[in-house]
Design a protein around this ligand. Structure first.
Ligand SMILES: [Zn+2]
Length: 130
């Protein structure tokens, strides 16, 4: 594919790119710009910004941790629903997801606790997990 220069910041970008990865300026040469492409471009730019700021920005870190803890909380709620419904297989699966999400949030204490819960629940469901 051909390379062109961004009108805004002169960065070399692909002629098919929906927008400039550096400044986000839309590429007028990109034909047929679907909403999906714009979304993907913004997502990539967002991830790039996030990636560049991790490690150096404790605010971002704390926000991420908040989001990850929220995600874990949501999975705990799903686990409790599975528990209410009494589907042993679901309970085992959900406990595993909760454990994984606490691991993601780097919440060691909760991770260890949920790992135990998962083990016990999966044993009840007839699945043995390492
Ligand atoms: Zn640009």
């Amino acid at each position: 594919m051909a390379l062109i220069h961004c009108k805004e910041c002169k960065t070399e970008i692909s002629s098919t790119a929906a927008l400039c990865p550096k400044c986000g300026h839309p590429n007028p040469k990109a034909k047929h710009l679907s909403g999906k492409q714009v979304f993907a471009g913004l997502l990539i730019a967002g991830v790039g910004i996030w990636w560049m700021s991790t490690g150096s920005n404790s605010y971002v870190d704390s926000q991420m941790k908040k989001i990850e803890t929220k995600v874990a909380d949501d999975f705990v709620a799903k686990y409790q629903i599975a528990k209410r419904e009494g589907d042993k297989m679901q309970i085992c699966v959900q406990a595993g997801i909760v454990a994984a999400s606490y691991l993601q949030a780097k919440d060691e204490a909760n991770y260890q606790q949920w790992k135990q819960t998962e083990k016990a629940d999966c044993r009840k469901a007839g699945i043995s997990r390492p």
